[in-house]
Write a protein that binds this ligand. Sequence first.
Ligand SMILES: NC(=O)c1ccc[n+]([C@@H]2O[C@H](COP(=O)([O-])OP(=O)(O)OC[C@H]3O[C@@H](n4cnc5c(N)ncnc54)[C@H](O)[C@@H]3O)[C@@H](O)[C@H]2O)c1
Ligand SMILES: [Zn+2]
Length: 642
Amino acid sequence: MSFAELIEVANAYGRDETYSRAGGGNASIKEDGILYIKPSGVPLATLTEEDLVPLRMDVLLDALHSDAPVEGDPVRVAAQRALVRDTGRRPSVEILFHALIPQKLVLHTHPVVANALTCNENAEELIGELLGDQAIFVPYTDPGVPLARKVEEVRTAFEKRTGKPSPGITLLGNHGIIIAGDTAEEIHSLSRTLTTAVQTAIDAAPAAQVPSLDAEEYRRVVTHVSPALRGLLRDGNRLAVITSDCGDLARQGMLLAEGPLIPDQIVYAGSIPLVLETKGHDDLVTYAEQAVAQYREKYGKNPIIIVVPGVAVLAAGKDLTAARTALLTYTDAVRVARDANRLGAVRVMNQRERGFIENWEAESYRKKIAAGHSGGRLDGKVVVVTGAAQGFGLGIAQELAKEGAHLVLGDLNLAQAQVEAEKLGGRALEVNVSDEHSTKDFVAQICEIYGGADVFISNAGVLRAGSVMTQPVADFDLVTAVNYKGYFLCVQAIAPTMAIQHRTAPDVWFDIIEINSKSGLEGSKRNFAYAGSKFGGIGLTQSFALELVEDGIKVNAICPGNYLDGPLWMDPERGLFVQYLEAGKVPGAKTIDDVREFYEAKVPMRRGCVPADLATAIYYIVEQTYETGQAVPVTGGQNMLS
Ligand SMILES: NC(=O)c1ccc[n+]([C@@H]2O[C@H](COP(=O)([O-])OP(=O)(O)OC[C@H]3O[C@@H](n4cnc5c(N)ncnc54)[C@H](O)[C@@H]3O)[C@@H](O)[C@H]2O)c1
Ligand SMILES: [Zn+2]
């Protein structure tokens, strides 16, 4: 077994979500009395040789067997003493059991299949039946020194009883597994033996019925409960991200309300979920408010997982990553509980066991949070941009992503939006802003992923230039449908979500921003359909602002000058340079360059508008809390308000 083999094994099991979630688990290799182990904070999936922390095994084993009092956490103190060379990384709390197992390679994970066995009331008996002397079982023990000592005790007892060395498989009650071997092949083979034995036994038992999908109730929950929870579970002015799932495991109906199954679940998803029975409640916002208040009263903290039995699971986080990790950790636990019941009867961690992890975790979690602030101007805000597959919309999304926003890129052109969203770490959704069903579905999907939105930027727009004498009515209708009616439909779809957020976060403002145009401030020759739609947009902005101020929503427009380098102008077939040349909009212009020069010359600042200019206006609009219903020109001095 070489270091390269260890890394290969660690990466393979780390990437497999059925073995490792949220970077959990650990791996080590022994050479010449030194234990090289994965540091905490580095996931198995991306572990490299350079990451490994070298520790002297004799020092670790001394610490394991010594009862001399130490100052601070005994594992940490032992690690400090055993350190061969400081790599700047902290080894994990599980170093001691890695040291005492003699095999060269030790892999520790929290797999869902094996945990169906370890999270069982009669785990010991079941393990005997399924694996005989191929595995030993260590009942649940607090992490650190106590767990390592318990592992040693069980190994010694096994060796006494059988006269054989302990097997390579160790099952840790309500926790996970340890696989030990001298070669990578041995690790794979033992893992296969274990997984096959447990999965075969699970499959042999009848499965519980899963309630069928209730799409209507699910949508009602994500569009009402999720935005309410964003405010209820917020941290200061920063609303929570609430993500949800209505898949088989989410609907399973296993609430796990009696307690958590494994420490990972406590760390990422909290010990106890909040259970909401939404059916029969008309005012879901008030119901959620009351239920969260009761939960806080009982447990002294906010819930992370919210279960609507038979309908969905919702998870809260300070960002989407945290919320998704919580959700997946919880649905993993549901799977473990379901399968444990098929094997026997699920065992949940008792109050003392879970209390230890909750308090132990509190410290490190606080540290993690403190380290997690990146300080972007839009940190954690959910920002929706329509028409974001290209042009201004894409440019705005790219700018705002740099400031820590969670982005939704909505567009008719889903394929392109997806490519761009991936680069930004955002989400792409298909929407046709001129279609009522589409905008409503769009918002429901946003609520499903993020729980709602803080900023909605209505940017999708089209332009068809032409003379009033000849323009086809269809062109006029298209421009009106997208630019004017589309803005209305987007606001009608998103405003109720923001209004719910406002009910539970009354001191936070939300923003709707229309990307209008300088053509919304001044007529545009042979471009009347566009100018009319944009003038109309200003009327809508002012009127929406007057109404929605009551719901904590500011509504403003930004009126950009020409984005001469953007695709709207530059497109070789449909671009405005071509359209304006053909429509004879620029007197005497014979080439595209003539048209461009003509437009540049109109700008006192002598250049076209770029997305970064719009982002600056967006920060102003979002950050100020004393203006609404305005149109902010961003035109290089070309349009001045009167
Ligand atoms: N480009 C400019 O010079 C300029 C100047 C002032 C204002 N604006 C405004 O900026 C906004 C963006 O313009 P752009 O130049 O980036 O345009 P663009 O044509 O480059 O991009 C528009 C995007 O909107 C999408 N889209 C079109 N119709 C849609 C619909 N019905 N539903 C959803 N998505 C749709 C398109 O697929 C495209 O990805 C528009 O509102 C426009 O009026 C542009
Ligand atoms: Zn573990």
